[in-house]
Design a protein around this ligand. Sequence first.
Ligand code: EPZ
Length: 427
Amino acid sequence: MDVIEVEGGRHIEGSVQVEGAKNSALKLMAATIMAPGVTTLTNVPNIADVHVMGKVLKYLGATIDVLDEHTLAIDTSNVDKWETPYSLVSQMRASTAVMGPLISRFGRAIVAMPGGCNIGARKIDMHILGLEALGVSFKIDHGNINATTPDGLTGSSVMLSFASVGATENLMMASVFAKGTTVIDNAAREPEIVDLANMLNEMGAKITGAGTPVIEIEGVKELHPVEHRVVGDRIEAGTFIAIGAIAGGPVTVTGFDPVHLGLVLRKYEQMGIRIDRFENGVTASRTGDIIPVDIQTLPFPGFPTDMQAQTMGLLALAKGSCVITENVFENRFMFASELQRMGANITIEGHHAIVRGVPAFSGAEVQASDLRAGAALVMAGLVADGTTVVSNIHHIDRGYEKFVEKLDALGAAARRTTRPDEDVFKD
Ligand code: EPZ
């Protein structure tokens, strides 16, 4: 079993450049299905989830040339399947992002119903409702979603009951070739949505309003392949900013747009963290106490749920108490119970976590429940007394490239080792 061991107490300082955004790259890869030919994606993160999406595309008939560690040339000319198997979807629920592109290209798709995961049921009812409005009919049997379009795809107005990132993306991609215009109301506004819309428009789509609550897609006949650079990963950046904040820094994080972390940076300043912004990054540092600040996670531009665990780690060492409310996922406080093994004082009441600051963490054996919680546990280990061993680090590998190397370049004493299975818990 691979684990990450961290010695607490080292001085953490220096610079780190983040990769392209996982939560954009996966959808950009799926979207290449809609533009037969070779699309070259640059600034692609070299992470496990990208490898799985590569397997999905190859299963469908695409070929992928890895031109360098962060550049993929994806040829979808010979994609001739419209079914994704459970074996791949179960590895990564984001495989459902191929549903819109497959429906657009073939008028049908068979996608394994994704299971839940540690942070929630992860339903796709909003994807299905929205696609039905465009003329897609669904049959769900034996764990597969069978989508067909008996009368083709016709633009329509869709109102999402929640600003779902995945539903917005699937709807946007499914409406690119629809007859007429589609309006998505209460659309998700994440920067990764804007990145996807930008690439689709570069390919010949006619999408306006991405990044606002109302996205309009005027149907076109076809798309052509392009070269596109993946937007910087604001969540990887936020994770290293939290690391600079908890350990004191200064840590300079580059390769992303600080505007994409607007509320996070403002909240961190309220918490007593110094944030110096510049065009493609920030420098984070702290000399005084962490000031407790209440946090509510919400769709963008609200506080991102993907920064909740990292921020809870900071607030668990604040001078005083605060409340963190998780409004996006129904079960994303598992990190709290692991952090309590390190001495944190957190009470969970439904969607609220009451965090009472403690003076310090003590190193312990803990396990990652999802990739952000895993990164946050390693972060807590950096300032804990003694050694922290984080297991289930396959979660971290899904979304963080060279995480340990980047930490050690900042002065951390972190290393990947393997432990006999019986020595650590498995999730
Ligand atoms: C994306 O997940 C991200 N994943 C998540 O990042 C991120 O936390 C989330 O957006 C919110 O920002 C990828 O982009 C691959 P949603 P997604 O649809 O699209 C419920 C990470 O750490 N919902 O906005 O699945 C859903 O269950 C990951 O990188 C429905 O009920 O998020 C959840 O509670 C974790 N029905 C909430 O909405 C639906 O049809 C938000 O989901 C769709 C969603």
